[in-house]
Design a protein around this ligand. Structure first.
Ligand code: NI
Length: 253
């Protein structure tokens, strides 16, 4: 079930049986010469939508702008500051909580988002504690590449040149979902350099074409399809476990 394609009446009915929702979250930022700017929000959305086709999940609209400050040296990148990102995540979550969603599962597509999403969770938990709300409100953050079986499959598909930005895994997933948008380029060097991540001008100088440690030429739609398949199955199982651990709790401590 996709929230955006549901009515409020359908959501009200859903809330009578479940208080769990999956929120794809990512970033809109450069992904090297062939990676789509939307890669980091597309991957969690593609995986969540695939899981939704196979199982009884509710998927929220994708939160598609995140922490991309270090990519601002490349056109098309859009970034929030940490304080704005925290405020926006908290308002999304408060809106959902207002209607009874108590178990928010964020499926993340950008490593640079992790610290700030966790800080937003701490804000929400502080409100729950200070506000004396009943026990039960829970947030979970999972990176799609950490879903069970995904890292192992990536390692087998791309034993070298996986890297950490504009990886063949994420580019393969977008190639499978959007074959009409597959790009090509000749990469020099074939495997990009690695190093620290600092501010935008430093990043552009260290990583001139935007890649970090990766060789995206290894990506293909069929590899993307197998990654999505493993990730969607694991997501379904993980969300079911989260929902089961998070039944409504009425007790106060
Ligand atoms: Ni990425």
């Amino acid at each position: 079930m996709l929230l955006a394609k549901s009515t409020w009446i359908e959501i009200k009915t859903y809330l009578e049986k479940s208080s769990t929702i999956v929120i794809p979250i990512g970033s809109n930022e450069q992904h090297g010469p062939t990676g789509l700017l939307g890669t980091d929000w597309m991957c969690p959305e593609i995986i969540a939508n695939e899981a939704e086709r196979q199982a009884d999940l509710l998927v929220a609209p994708t939160f598609n702008i995140g922490m991309a400050q270090h990519h601002l040296g490349f056109p098309g990148t859009i970034s929030l500051r940490p304080s704005t990102f925290i405020a926006a995540i908290c308002d999304w979550s408060r809106s959902l909580a207002l209607h009874g969603f108590e178990h928010l599962y964020f499926l993340n597509g950008h490593g640079g988002n992790v610290a700030t999403i966790e800080a937003a969770f701490s804000e929400l938990y502080a409100e729950a504690s200070f506000g004396g709300r009943g026990r039960g409100f829970a947030c979970k953050l999972v990176n799609w590449w950490d879903l069970e079986g995904v890292g192992e499959l990536s390692g087998r598909l791309f034993p070298t040149g996986h890297g950490m930005h504009a990886t063949p895994s994420e580019i393969a997933i977008t190639q499978w979902a959007y074959p009409e948008s597959i790009k090509s380029a000749s990469y020099r060097p074939r495997v990009a350099a690695t190093g620290p991540v600092r501010e935008a001008l430093d990043f552009r100088q260290r990583y001139p074409d935007g890649r970090m440690g990766s060789d995206p030429a290894q990506a293909s739609p069929d590899k993307g399809e197998s990654l999505v398949s493993v990730a969607a199955t694991s997501l379904t199982a993980d969300v079911a476990q989260f929902a089961a651990e998070s039944e409504r709790h009425e007790s106060q401590f």
